[in-house]
Design a protein around this ligand. Structure first.
Ligand SMILES: [Zn+2]
Length: 465
């Protein structure tokens, strides 16, 4: 029988849920754990979907890919943050490397694959695919499948197929719960069709529903969440969803033979969100950022508000913070002299690490310099990457709060942040009897190549598990 590898990605799946809290609801998953090796999977810095999945699929870090998050600077002007697409990936992905060895792949829902490119296999792209929710997806003429005719098969097999849930930051949670299950069922229905009907060597899929689930329902499960609601109608939503993931896994396992290596992975974990640090308010308070006028209300931060001749640094919101310095000769109105760059950066780092909560307790903020954590820094990295409160706090970019703290999210309801530790399970039928290990997201691509007996390129950072 020929060697095959099947990877099922559960975006954001948290090890403490899969391996502990919900394990009794996940018998198929437990069986894989007991027969194989499993544990925490350390994510990228930052632990964010883009670039994490692509770092996993290339075994290169965000700096090498030149993708530091969802939005990246295009040049050193003040307003050029754009969302990347698959054209930004300049190094070979796992399915491209396998294609060079005459291996055929199925790639379903892996983030940052739109627009789909020609390769030996079948691809359906992921969220960040520009779809019009008012128009049937299966009739949308975009490069969201390869080959393009694969759309017709989706229309026949899984008419309800959704790339993502259009409005997942919503207070209408009952409706969201139904949509999540509908999306996940349709994706796995089509996944099983691909498993059975296509002649593949490598199968890779990512389900985004688990990420949307955590962000909307974490407070109903986690008793330590500041907004925990006991006796809510959503108390069991998270558990039920994981049970669904496990049922779908069981059906996928029944489609593959004993020679198939099965890998379950997530790109990062999840943790409760205690609140937000208003990064630009913090920078204003500490004299790094000056606005032309005082905002009357909570306002989205835009470069035209800023008195750039009086500004040394500004920040971006998100699950982690990014800080950019306004440097002479680099930014259009730079004021930080090149020789002072490291002094200002170090001063910022020290002050950020001293941030306390409203009661004066240090919240354990961690600050990274891209040049110290990546092998290379391609394109334009942020000057500092910030995990506010060890990621129990998010970064809020908007201004006009009159405080550096906020407990409402400026981009819609959101209950959880991303955690650095995702999870993995590998079952190669080698009777490893439930070995427990912590591994790195960079180890997945080398592991898959080794399963096929293919040489691991020197440029890959990880080692086979
Ligand atoms: Zn993710």
């Amino acid at each position: 029988m020929k060697k095959r590898v099947m990877v099922i990605g559960w975006d954001c799946a948290a090890p403490e849920l899969v391996f502990d809290a919900f394990k009794d609801d996940m018998p198929n998953t437990q069986r894989l754990m007991q027969e194989g090796v499993y544990g925490q999977l350390e994510s990228t810095i930052p632990p964010i979907t883009v670039p994490a999945w692509m770092c996993m699929m290339t075994s290169r870090d965000p700096g090498e890919l030149g993708i530091y998050g969802f939005r990246n600077r295009q040049d050193y002007t003040y307003d050029t943050l754009t969302i990347p697409n698959s054209d930004a990936i300049k190094v070979p992905t796992l399915w491209e490397l396998l294609g060079q060895e005459q291996k055929r792949s199925v790639v379903l829902g892996v983030p940052l694959t739109y627009p789909a490119k020609q390769f030996p296999g079948w691809m359906v792209t992921s969220f960040l695919t520009p779809v019009d929710p008012n128009y049937p997806l299966t009739e949308t003429n975009l490069q969201w499948t390869f080959p393009p005719r694969l759309k017709r098969e989706i229309a026949q097999i899984a008419r309800d197929y959704m790339i993502d849930i259009p409005h997942f930051r919503t207070d209408k949670r009952a409706e969201l719960e139904m949509q999540l299950l509908k999306m996940t069922r349709a994706r796995f229905k089509f996944a099983r069709y691909l498993l059975e009907k296509k002649s593949w060597d490598f199968f890779m899929m990512v389900e985004m529903g688990s990420d949307r689930l955590h962000h909307a329902f974490w407070r109903y499960w986690d008793k330590t969440h500041p907004k925990y609601e006991p006796n809510s109608p959503f108390t069991n939503t998270m558990r039920n969803y994981y049970r669904t993931l496990d049922e779908k896994l069981g059906k996928m396992l029944s489609c593959v033979d004993e020679e198939t290596t099965v890998i379950i992975v997530s790109d990062h974990g999840a943790k409760r969100m205690d609140g937000g640090i208003c990064v630009n308010e913090w920078l204003r308070k500490h004299g790094y950022l000056t606005l032309k006028t005082e905002p009357k209300d909570i306002t989205r931060f835009t470069p035209d508000m800023v008195d750039w001749d009086q500004t040394m640094a500004w920040g971006e919101g998100g699950y982690y913070g990014r800080i950019f310095l306004n440097v002479v000769g680099r930014e259009p109105n730079g004021i930080v002299k090149a020789e002072d760059y490291e002094i200002v950066r170090d001063e910022l780092k020290t002050q950020l690490e001293g941030i306390t909560d409203e009661s004066g307790q240090n919240i354990n903020t961690r600050v990274f310099k891209p040049q110290e954590i990546y092998r290379e820094c391609n394109n334009i990295p942020p000057d500092l990457i910030v995990y506010f409160g060890d990621l129990y706090w998010r970064s809020v970019g908007s201004v006009g709060y009159n405080s550096i703290y906020t407990y409402e999210n400026d981009t819609g309801p959101d209950d959880c942040n991303h955690a650095e530790m995702g999870m993995f399970i590998i079952n190669g039928n080698r009777h490893l009897h439930g070995l427990h290990r912590t591994k790195s997201i960079y180890d997945i691509a080398p592991t898959v190549l080794k399963e096929f007996g293919i040489d691991i390129p020197d440029a890959m950072q990880g080692v086979p598990i």
